[in-house]
Design a protein around this ligand. Sequence first.
Ligand code: BGC
Length: 450
Amino acid sequence: MASKEEKIDLILRPFRYDNDRLNDIMGRLHKEMEKGLKKETNPEATVKMLATYVRAVPDGTESGDFLALDLGGSNFRVLHVHIEKGAKDVRLQSDSYAIPESIMTGSGEQLFDYIADCMGKFLEKIEMKDKKMALGFTFSFPCKQQGLDCASLIKWTKGFSAAGVEGEDVVRLLRDAIKRRGDFDTDVVAVVNDTVGTMMACGLADHDCLIGLIVGTGSNACYMEKLDNVEIWEGDRGEPNQVVVNMEWGAFGEDGALDDLRTAYDREIDEHSINKGQQIYEKMISGMYMGELVRLVLLEMTKQMLVFGGRTSPDLETPGTFLTKYVSEIEEEPIGDMGPTMKILHSLGLKHATETDCGTVREVCRAVSTRAAHLVSAGISAIVNKMGRERVAVGVDGSVYKYHPHFKELMTQTIDKLTHSDVKLMLSEDGSGKGAALVTAVACRLAGNS
Ligand code: BGC
């Protein structure tokens, strides 16, 4: 009969990837990328490789005052960004507003009225309601862009489902909501994905920053691609011969390409999500699902009498109770000190947990977060190898990357094994909002307005 350790190992083994498996995943993603970039195959591609209208990075001559909005996670942010010529960073002030679930899942008009309402409050506070500023809108969902200031939402992801927005131009919805209020005015110049904003923000300090990555509530990446490789590009083909491609890699696997890697827990997460069958790769990686994956594994282990003496608690049986931030807190603990883990388990009603249980819980957290870091690394390595540059920097943002104690280190080691390039990971503070302002500033410069 298998020992307890062997049974635990059997449950966690599917989360552990060796190099061959990671290389295999890279190959599958590379195929999807090619499929997405080609006109003929794009309609069936899961990874849509959306061409943005961002083709130039800041050259340091931009300047001025800009507004930026950042919508994409559970908080909405409004930023006032001051850019000075030649500076390596920008000055900013910002406020963050929680988005109630009722707004995320209500009507589009309610959502955009809420956004405009927060903007009004912010402008009032910084006493700039009468100044008409150019605005960059970070909207972190898959959009088909028809121009820098025109983006129709393809589908909602993460926890959003506001009605009447899919298929619509989100810039028009924003402009309409601002008009409905009538107490301030702005000039919406650009709409960008958070990956693009992050890449642009890091580009100010490192001109080799040509990849943007988010590992937060959701996950996605973008990179600078040669126009010759982007058959789906519908804009002009003049210089510069490049465009940023928003990959929307979260959707990888929607056609079954990752089915052999998905565990029973991944399937259960998907089954109970509001976007069943969608964002398969994202559901194996991002913060919205990581804690829940750990909870499901622990439930199975309890059922098999491998932890907690076989006794669960009402909290452990309730979806969403094992927060993703617990994964970081538990893995941060020094070996031998079970204090924080024990505290978390107690807060979940598992007062009967033993020190051995704490060790097992940590092992589960480690398996789930390491798989996420491995999957992200395979994704980034596929991009790096496709670009074929000697050196490239990756601007990264998102709560999982930022707060997990080993994520960056694991990624650095894994990418090193999977590529031959010199890859630098750069944490981007406030990147997504800042980046929208930078894209706006570049557009204003090119249009001769700054
Ligand atoms: C969205 C992307 C976004 C990512 C990170 C995904 O769910 O589809 O557009 O970049 O989350 O926020």
